[in-house]
Design a protein around this ligand. Structure first.
Ligand code: HEC
Ligand code: HEC
Length: 291
């Protein structure tokens, strides 16, 4: 009899430790790590590419990255930077003991976005192997449902959002005093690509139009000055519409696009868009090395 109840107790204990094991393995921050305490700090991320899925435009999207120290010495997080101020990253704790973890809270403002988006967050730390680690937030921004009797086009909360407040510090200031190519790279490249070759869903290629035709030139000037009638993603840049650009500045952009499309037709625009190529490489690397 006594050995029978002892068996039962052992069985229950066995089951309990299995459950505890499961709990430990599935709870963030509690994974057992076997490392030398003399080893360097090692940064590891639960998921370097976070997919927020379908999210509405004109809203704020929250997500977080869990950062572990699976090394032996204390991990210190330095700067946490995002390329676009529409995405803000905040870290709760910068010194992480071996085996411990911290969170990076990320908020993305989806104003003026539609379709697939990708934002990069760079984390600096004292991990000697990966002192700079790129994290990515991806998602698919959906249009807001339209009121049935409303205008045909989508109306954003504020189509001038890019030219105001915090957004303007980058999206307008960088272009002040510039014309042509420099102005394009400061104000337009983030959506149309450094070479105007297009940038995924952020903006189409501007190289395919026939800039020798006067109606085309007129259309291009019109869209830059007054924005697109089809989507609020292309805001009106003319001063008369509340934008940052004078007529002369807009004319200089049209000139640049005309020149640029001719370069493209002659095959002279190969592999010069370095920033974009680098970002794409970093993203592919994050997909291959997800932690
Ligand atoms: C610190 C400078 C900075 C600030 C501030 C900033 N941006 Fe950006 N933005 C960038 C850069 C650089 C890019 C291109 C790289 C990228 O997409 O992350 C960009 C790209 C974009 C894009 C096009 C790519 C995409 O996300 O589809 C949109 C739209 C955008 N920003 C909106 C905003 C809005 C809205 C604000 C204000 C809430 C803002 N930005 C504030 C620098 C900034
Ligand atoms: C926030 C992103 C964004 C920024 C910044 C932006 N664009 Fe656009 N742009 C777009 C999108 C999206 C479209 C497509 C609109 C449509 O389909 O009607 C577009 C359309 C255009 C078109 C019309 C293309 C066509 O074939 O009809 C031109 C020209 C243009 N943009 C030039 C510019 C220039 C020049 C700048 C800088 C002063 C600029 N854009 C800044 C997103 C942007």
């Amino acid at each position: 009899m006594r050995s029978r109840s002892r068996m039962v107790i052992f069985l229950i204990l066995g089951l309990l430790s299995l459950l505890a094991g499961y709990f430990i393995m599935t709870t963030p921050g509690r994974k057992p790590v076997v490392v030398s305490i003399y080893g360097p700090p090692i940064i590891s991320v639960e998921q370097r590419v976070q997919d927020v899925g379908k999210v509405p435009t004109d809203s704020k999207v929250n997500t977080e990255f869990l950062i572990y120290n699976i090394g032996g010495k204390r991990l210190r997080i330095g700067d946490v930077e995002t390329s676009c101020g529409c995405t803000l990253a905040k870290i709760s704790k910068r010194a992480i003991s071996p085996g411990d973890f911290t969170r990076i809270q990320v908020v993305m403002d989806t104003s003026l976005k539609l379709g697939p988006v990708r934002k990069k967050i760079t984390v600096q730390s004292n991990d000697p192997k990966r002192p700079e680690l790129a994290l990515f937030l991806i998602g698919d921004v959906q249009p807001k449902p339209m009121a049935s009797h409303a205008a045909i086009q989508l109306q954003p909360k504020d189509k001038l959002v890019l030219f105001k407040g915090q957004c303007a510090t980058c999206h307008v200031q960088a272009g002040v005093g510039k014309t042509g190519k420099a102005l394009f790279q400061a104000d337009c490249a983030m959506c149309h690509g450094v070479n105007a070759q297009g940038n995924h869903s952020a903006g189409p290629s501007l190289l395919t139009a026939n800039y020798d035709a006067e109606p085309v030139l007129q259309h291009v000037r019109d869209v830059i000055a007054n924005g697109s009638l089809r989507t609020p993603q292309m805001p009106p840049f003319a001063k008369a519409n509340g934008g940052p650009l004078s007529d002369d500045e807009i004319a200089s952009l049209v000139q640049f696009l005309k020149f640029q499309s001719r370069q493209a037709r002659m095959g002279l625009l190969n592999a010069t868009a370095t920033g974009e190529v680098e970002d794409e490489a970093a993203f592919q690397e994050a997909l291959k090395q997800p932690h």
